[in-house]
Design a protein around this ligand. Structure first.
Ligand code: T6T
Length: 315
């Protein structure tokens, strides 16, 4: 599936550091605050944004939350308020809790680009750039149903409620799965973005539901944890898995048959286009309020196709 914006060649610069430096007083300054900093999705986004900022002569600094937690990301956002950059790219870890801080930053004159995740309040941000996550959930459902022979029980494991992206994926997945009368969807479980939690959750689900036929893993760390849990239970390949993202560990699990379908995003395009939109705003030029970036469904069979393999996250 190639959804969203025009096909974008996902390239990520070798991200030597997470900053082009504070820049000279004359340079416009952009700061990026991501979700979990160690997450390959955000590393890929950061590297691309850094390269684009450098190409445009913009000063660039980046940081990310150590965990998927409002109390951990909030100090990073508050430090942006103090620094007052010209532009802020941010992936808020919650749709509501950080909105007051973001509104205060915006009212002080910083242009905000919401990248990947967003907030409910429509007044925040001059642009919102992400995958079509609801569509991605639908793609995962249809692919998983096919893998399961359109029967059996399936469970969704994701991060936590209140994240715009993963909430949309779950919505798309469960609504699409309702089209398969012989597939039963079990109650969703949340792992707080901790692979070890997802691994134990999948094992306890197997114990309670020996007929478990499929899993939808809502993001990178969940996909990693589900793969680990299934391998530990000796169920790899028997329980089919559709997972979001395509970072190296997920690719390894796809190749060894533990995961069957990866819905890959284009985090590099999100990063690049957010810099472009902020640069336009800072130059007083028109800005696109919403940009949908590409997703592709990767399987063992199409992974060798260069048009697909280019969406594998480099980090
Ligand atoms: O799936 C991505 C991102 O789109 C989502 O908002 C949070 O999880 C990831 O970062 C991957 O872990």
């Amino acid at each position: 599936v190639v959804a969203g914006a025009a096909l974008v060649l996902a390239t990520t610069a070798a991200c030597s550091s997470s900053a082009n430096g504070p820049g000279s007083t004359a340079q416009k300054k952009i700061t990026l605050i991501t979700g979990v900093k160690s997450d390959p999705f955000y590393i890929t986004m950061t590297c691309a944004a850094q390269a684009e900022a450098k190409a445009r002569g913009l000063a660039f600094t980046a940081d990310g939350s150590a965990q998927w937690d409002v109390s951990v990301q909030r100090p990073l956002i508050d430090s942006v308020a103090a620094a007052r950059p010209d532009g802020l790219m941010v992936s808020p870890v919650d749709t509501e809790a950080l909105t007051p801080s973001l509104k205060q930053i915006q009212s002080s004159g910083t242009k905000i680009a919401l990248v990947d995740t967003s907030v409910t309040d429509p007044s925040v941000g001059i642009t919102r750039i992400s995958s079509d996550n609801e569509k991605g959930g639908q793609v995962a459902a249809d692919a998983l149903a096919q893998q399961m022979g359109e029967r059996g029980s399936v469970i969704v494991i994701s991060v936590k409620p209140g994240i715009s992206t993963t909430d949309a994926r779950i919505k798309g997945f469960t609504e699409e799965m309702a089209k398969y009368p012989n597939i039963k969807v079990l109650p969703t479980l949340y792992d707080n973005d901790l692979p070890a939690t997802a691994a134990s959750q999948i094992q306890s689900t197997l114990a309670a539901h020996p007929d478990l036929g499929g899993v939808f893993a809502g993001n990178t760390n969940t996909g990693q944890g589900v793969a680990t849990g299934l391998s530990q239970a000796g169920k790899q390949g028997q329980v089919k898995v559709a997972a979001f993202d395509a970072e190296p560990d997920e690719i390894t699990a796809l190749k060894n048959g533990t995961l069957q379908v990866l819905v890959a995003q284009d985090p590099a395009a999100i990063g690049t286009q957010a810099v472009d939109q902020l640069a336009a705003a800072l130059a007083g030029k028109p800005v696109q309020a919403s940009i949908g970036t590409t997703m592709v469904a990767i399987t063992k069979d199409n992974l060798s196709d260069p048009q697909i393999a280019k969406y594998v996250y480099k980090a």
